[in-house]
Design a protein around this ligand. Structure first.
Ligand code: C5P
Length: 223
């Protein structure tokens, strides 16, 4: 089906964006990275020196901010904020350290969720995040919940950041991921959690291609 809606949720570093991107590519769907939207807001707040604990100010900032996600082929995505390409600024240690705080505020989430539902309105999308299957798109046609051991997730992030040229340590990354997961799963409003009807995939010992093939098989079965 060309118009299905697929939700992919899970903790940090479980491989969601990599596989969601490839899955979207294979299905000819649009890949929507909701984490990038929260990251863009966190990046803007950091650049403008806004107090990250100030919910009202962050919500106001978001109202004055346009965020667009453009596919640029091969599953890659360009993130435009206020008309500027900010893709390269969103996966820095600074943004990693503050995004979950920004994303914890109901006023911020409410607006993000409206935007995300609008993006998915016509279907034909794979949307990845934390609350897609439970909150943003509870009627999604297929929901996946990706996990992996903390160690595997930390190592993946470590290699990703190293490759991008950041001088980071595995210990710091493990801590950062653990901290972010704790914030994401313990926030009162739309926390990270597995939807009752989501398919659980533990990717600890799986290669990317294997995960994508499994997901495609499920889509074949169900769509
Ligand atoms: O997926 P990614 O690691 O880019 O997400 C960054 C952060 O954005 C998450 O740790 C979480 O705090 C927030 N987020 C969220 N809800 C989503 C997607 C991301 O709260 N749907």
């Amino acid at each position: 089906r060309k118009s299905a809606v697929i939700a992919v949720d899970g903790p940090a570093g479980a491989g969601k964006s990599t596989v969601a991107r490839l899955l979207a590519d294979r299905l000819g769907y649009l890949y929507l990275d909701t984490g990038a939207m929260y990251r863009a807001l966190a990046y803007k707040a950091l650049s403008e020196g806004i107090d990250l604990r100030d919910e009202a100010e962050l919500a106001e900032l978001l109202n004055q901010t346009t965020i667009e996600l453009y596919p640029k082929g091969h599953g890659q995505v360009t993130v435009m904020m206020d008309g500027q390409d900010v893709t390269g600024h969103l996966r820095t240690p600074e943004v990693n350290a503050s995004v979950a705080v920004v994303a914890g505020f109901p006023l911020v989430r409410r607006e993000m969720v409206l935007r995300q539902r609008e993006l998915a309105r016509h279907g034909g999308v794979v949307m990845d995040g934390r609350d897609i299957g439970t909150f943003v798109l509870p009627d999604a046609d297929i929901k996946f919940f990706l996990t992996a051991s903390l160690e595997a997730r930390a190592e993946r992030r470590y290699h990703e950041l190293r490759q991008a040229g950041f001088d980071v340590s595995l210990d710091r990354i493990r801590e950062e991921i653990q901290h972010r997961d704790l914030l994401d799963s313990s926030r009162p409003y739309a926390p990270l959690s597995q939807a009752a009807d989501a398919i659980l995939l533990d990717t600890t010992k799986m290669e990317v291609e294997e995960v994508v093939e499994r997901m495609l098989a499920m889509c074949d079965q169900r769509l």
